[in-house]
Design a protein around this ligand. Structure first.
Ligand code: PLP
Length: 401
């Protein structure tokens, strides 16, 4: 394995996880191992692998080499001891909550502004199973402290940059508060990506990613990953042996390939998002733009302090003035370059209507409480030329709004 000690992020992104020792030759790129079984000369060796006294693989639900290479790479880029990969980001969120100790009767405090399925996982499924879920506005640290003090939860969950309102969480402050009240901090770092921010370095216990987004980056693979301590990884492993949401080797290989260009892509996406946000802010038809790179963003200084050196992210959202759902649909249909596909973090610029897609699972009242109105559009900047993205938004606004 290449020695990555003290190497820069771009260098580590290219080489991390590759060339694990394997016999008398070394493939440059981690191979895809589609096998379900692994054979050993002696049953004692197999027994040793089961007992974790010897390295190796027995069955892909317990671990497999291509997935392990991907996990090593993400752990390296997040600065964590270990990582565990999943078949999707939702599986990663779910199993991380279980590993953190969420059970019937345990309190959990979570950010109000979260990816829709995460909100519904907490407010419906886990709540129906008996967990006591409490949502709080995480930009209000006094409110977070009051919730932690009252609930004494096992876990506090927030997104570094929230979906879809693009609020920035003060992760170091949240870690301090969570630990003061005996909670573990779980941070969904999907929107920031490991290139912009490493929450573990700021006291986070579990970092979660939908690797379907920036890590994969090309809109062709679904995956999730959690980065944490070696001890917590064992909890994820034990839980997922039973839950069974394992990443396949082909997906692991694609996600790992995506990782190599993460800094190049995210750098360009940040630059494009900044230009688009600035242009949208100057348009009369746009009532409001949520982008942490804009000085008017409520957490602009915080974002600058946490990750602004590398950029303010590739995600933004904006409200079209006085537009109802039908008008927003016409606007999205009129786009010729930006794709109205329900994902984000890809090389393509993508737009999405949160009220009817990512946050469809919330009731109208829940959406109103979070602040997701019908006129809100989320944009994930791709790596195209910013001028082309802006020209496309311009022509669609002119034709439909
Ligand atoms: C912030 C965030 N977390 C988690 C997820 C879930 O990821 P996946 O779709 O890979 O299950 C998403 C999906 O959009 C997301 O935006």
């Amino acid at each position: 394995m290449t020695d990555l000690h003290n190497k820069s992020f771009s260098t580590r992104a290219v080489h991390a996880g590759e060339r694990a020792p394997r016999g008398d030759y070394v493939p440059v790129v981690a191979p895809i191992h589609p096998t379900v079984g692994f054979l050993y000369d002696s049953m004692d060796d197999l027994d040793g692998v089961f007992a974790a006294t010897r390295e190796g693989y027995v069955y892909p639900r317990y671990g497999s080499p291509t997935v392990a290479a991907f996990e090593t790479a993400v752990a390296e880029l997040e600065g964590g001891e270990a990582a565990f990969a999943f078949a999707s980001g939702m599986a990663a969120v779910h199993v991380a909550l279980l590993a953190a100790g969420v059970r019937a009767g345990t309190p959990v405090v979570a950010a109000l502004d979260l990816y829709g399925a995460t909100f519904v996982l907490l407010s419906r499924l886990l709540a129906e199973l008996g967990a006591q879920i409490r949502f709080v506005e995480v930009s209000d640290l006094a409110a977070v402290e009051a919730a932690l003090n009252e609930a004494r939860p096992v876990a506090l969950l927030a997104e570094t940059i929230s979906n879809p309102l693009i609020k920035v969480a003060d992760v170091p402050a949240l870690a301090g508060l969570a630990h003061r009240y005996g909670a573990q901090l779980l941070i969904d770092n999907t929107f920031a990506s490991p290139y912009l921010f490493n929450p573990l370095a700021h006291g986070t216990d579990y970092v979660v990613h939908s690797a379907t987004k920036y890590i994969g980056g090309h809109g062709d693979v679904m995956a999730g990953v959690v980065v944490t301590s070696a001890a917590n990884r064992r909890k994820l492993d034990e839980t997922n042996k039973l839950v069974g949401s394992v990443l396949g080797p082909f997906e692991a290989w694609l996600a790992m390939r995506g990782l190599k260009t993460l800094p190049l892509r995210v750098g360009q996406q940040c630059a494009n998002a900044a230009q688009v946000a600035e242009w949208l802010s100057a348009q009369k038809k746009i009532a409001h733009v949520n982008y942490p790179g804009l000085p008017a963003h409520p957490q602009h200084d915080l974002a600058r302090r946490l990750f602004g050196e590398r950029g303010f992210g590739g995600m933004l959202s904006f409200e079209i003035a006085d537009a109802d759902r039908a008008r927003i649909f016409r606007f999205m249909e009129a786009l010729e370059l930006c794709l109205p596909a329900t994902t984000l973090g890809d090389i393509y610029t993508l737009v999405l209507h949160p009220a009817t897609s990512s946050h469809r699972g919330l009731s109208e009242q829940e959406r109103a409480k979070v602040g997701i109105c019908d006129g809100l559009v989320r944009l994930s900047a791709g790596i195209e030329d910013a001028a082309d993205i802006i020209a496309d938004l311009d022509q669609a606004l002119a034709r439909t709004i």
